[in-house]
Design a protein around this ligand. Structure first.
Ligand SMILES: Nc1ncnc2c1ncn2[C@@H]1O[C@H](COP(=O)(O)OP(=O)(O)OP(=O)(O)O)[C@@H](O)[C@H]1O
Length: 304
């Protein structure tokens, strides 16, 4: 195990950012951390990277305290909203960070990997927003870290730039690296993560592969064209809702797609263009976090 958080709490004044959270990070995995705004993701990362201390509980990084420089030497990180030194050249910036590590990636190689070779002699202040993000992720990798922690690494990047960064991160992982990443882009988590942890209100509410997280929310969508009104399908067994789009496509949200399709046939419904979709990661995520906040509201309303 590379890192562990056991029963950690962290409050800021009266706000409990983390309330007894547990998390293990295993070598070689790409762990995607998901959660709504304010769920506690950045706070959790700040404990793991030694930027803050937990109020209670234990946090270990490579079997040591995350505050121990020996642990931090094996860690690469790009915190949310970091900026680059405006007047240093790119090459100087990479050299400077590389000098902290025993066996850094050579500067020219790293800049080439991230498509920044042409900019090597330019000042960092001249970089576009997307190039800055690329440089920051490159800097997280310069020390050949065992674990890379990235808090929303591709926010604000266009699709091409994002996909280029994903490729670099995949290569890092194929080379034996471990990744912890938060993102508001669910397709990013879907593309990169081998395991997904959903946190809400400072605790873990789901932990599994992308498919497992989706299956927590046993919901599918059955779509087709028919002449019947959507309300006809609402009474189907296991149906949750039904609606017809402007294009005349009816979508039945159901807890059992097979039962819905069997019922269509049994009722002799004339349908065409049948499609069945599993819930997306986004739908699963929304359902999980909505459920968790509704439960919390219920508890607050009824303290008994
Ligand atoms: N320095 C701070 N001072 C006071 N409150 C804080 C501080 N840092 C975080 N919080 C509070 O702790 C809670 C968790 O915040 P955190 O930044 O960890 O969430 P997050 O999941 O990273 O959110 P986001 O997705 O918006 O980045 C929030 O209620 C936030 O307002």
């Amino acid at each position: 195990m590379l890192a562990s958080v056991v029963n950690a709490t962290k409050s800021f004044g009266n706000t409990a950012a983390l309330s007894g959270i547990n998390l293990d990070i295993h070598a070689g995995e790409a762990l995607g951390l998901l959660g709504p705004n304010g769920a506690g993701k950045s706070t959790l990362i700040s404990l793991l990277t030694g930027l803050r201390r937990a109020d209670s509980g234990t946090v270990e990084l490579f079997g040591r305290s995350p505050l121990d420089p020996k642990a931090r030497l094996q860690l690469g990180t790009t915190p949310q909203a970091t900026s680059v030194p405006q007047t240093l050249k790119l090459r100087e910036t990479v050299d400077f960070v590389a000098a902290h590590y025993p066996d850094p990636v050579p500067t020219a190689e790293l800049l080439a990997d991230f498509g920044l070779s042409d900019m090597a002699e330019k000042q960092c202040g001249a970089l576009s927003g997307g190039q800055q993000r690329r440089l920051l992720v490159a800097l997280a990798l310069v020390g050949r870290p065992r674990l890379v922690v990235l808090d929303e690494p591709t926010t604000g990047l266009d699709v091409d730039a994002r996909e280029t960064l994903w490729q670099r991160l995949e290569e890092y992982r194929r080379g034996g690296g471990t990744l912890l990443i938060t993102s508001h882009y669910l397709e990013e988590i879907q593309a990169l993560a081998s395991r997904v942890v959903v946190i809400d209100r400072g605790t873990v509410i789901a932990d599994g592969s992308v498919d497992e997280i989706r299956s927590h929310v046993a919901i599918s969508k059955v779509s087709f064209k028919s002449q019947l009104p959507a309300s006809f399908f609402e009474s189907f067994p296991q149906a949750v809702s039904a609606a017809t789009s402007a294009k005349g496509i009816t979508t039945v949200v159901t807890q059992d797609a097979d039962a819905t399709v069997r019922q269509l046939v049994r009722d002799g419904v004339e349908f065409s263009g049948l499609e069945v979709h599993a819930a997306s990661l986004e739908e699963a995520f929304l359902a999980l976090t909505r459920h968790s906040s509704e439960a919390a509201t219920e508890t607050a309303k009824d303290p008994a």
